[in-house]
Design a protein around this ligand. Sequence first.
Ligand code: PLP
Length: 425
Amino acid sequence: MANMALLATWFPDHKAKGPSMRTAPTFFRNLEEALDLRRAERSVFLVGAIRTEFLNELARNPGFELGAGGSRLLNGNNAYTEAAEAEIAEFHGGESALLFHSGFEANTAIMAAIPRPGDAIVYDELIHASMHEGMQASKAPCKKSFKHNDVDSFRETLLEVLETQSLIKQGKRCVLICLESMYSRDGDVAPLRELIAVAKELFPEGNAQFLVDEAHTTGVLGRQGRGFVNELGLEDEVAIRMHTYGKALATTGAVVVSNQTIREVLINHARCFIYSTAPSFPMVAAIRAGYKLLMTGQTQALQDSLQRLVKHFFETITANPVYDEANDAGILSTPPRRRLGVSPVSHAGHTRDDASTLAGLSVFPIDYPVVPKGKGRVRVVLHAGNTTNEVEKLAATICEWAQEMLDIEESGKGGAKIPSAARQV
Ligand SMILES: Cc1ncc(COP(=O)(O)O)c(C=O)c1O
């Protein structure tokens, strides 16, 4: 632990300095460029920093209990968890926060408990399985999906709800609109500002409200990792935000950030909250440790570096001479350009064929049933510890593969040539 603290003082900031030293003497510029490589690698220390913060948190609370002892409605609640929730709510600019064991649980709780009889749920067709799970238990009789990230389809769906549900039209019943801020399968972000504008126009009484799942944006987008809604400054327009901790925050659990009304409905109606043992001290301590790093700004440089890497990846792959042809042939595509420029956890190299093993680089095939048949793809998840070289190698490797696929198609629709991966096998 002492070693970690020492390292942190050695590397007070890890922004690349080389690019700003063009006019400096080569002697020092070269040294700074060598240091930049280390600065890029410094994230390795930050991952360890979460562990260090966690151990510090345990040390600050030496009498902690391992188990919560029961549901929060019985003896499982305590001042430590309540304090953590107050801290989290303040950080995210919400009135209140409620912790759950996982994002899956939080989503099912919201979907099952918040819509009341007579309400409607309108959702993006690509929302996470956990929201579907909760929807099945929901009391809302009307459930309608709209086309993924499609503002026109969203408008049509809301109009259909207004037409068919007279109590909703009269403003007596409500609509819960469910989205993810960033979709892990396609690597694109929701057009949230536009969706909110449409909902406000069609529901001036405010009886349509948003749930935004920030699983893939927590810790990576927004000021100090506050998420996508924060990035757009839309905290006051989104009634419910769900942040998970199993991804960027490197632990487990999730939180629902909302006003007090939503929190109380969840406490009183969400069965997985009522009938389950409360989060344990170690779990809450790990979450707090992650937030400490976010709150003290220690993760901001990593976040910025990740954004630079993702941008560089897209620029490199789309600038490759093979990209346009492979894209036209439907062999290779990247997520659509977003207003924010880059999405934090990126998916690229959507492929028609299986290309999961790329020159020893770790990428993951996503196939049916996670995505529809014929829409298999390679999931690329960059992290702040990746180097520019690795990103360039990845882009080049994907393009080499795409070129090979084009060659095969050209030489008689796959008859003559065998892919190099197949040859190796
Ligand atoms: C968009 C989204 N929501 C919710 C979840 C569930 O979160 P957890 O892993 O904490 O249960 C995931 C996890 O993969 C996710 O990707």
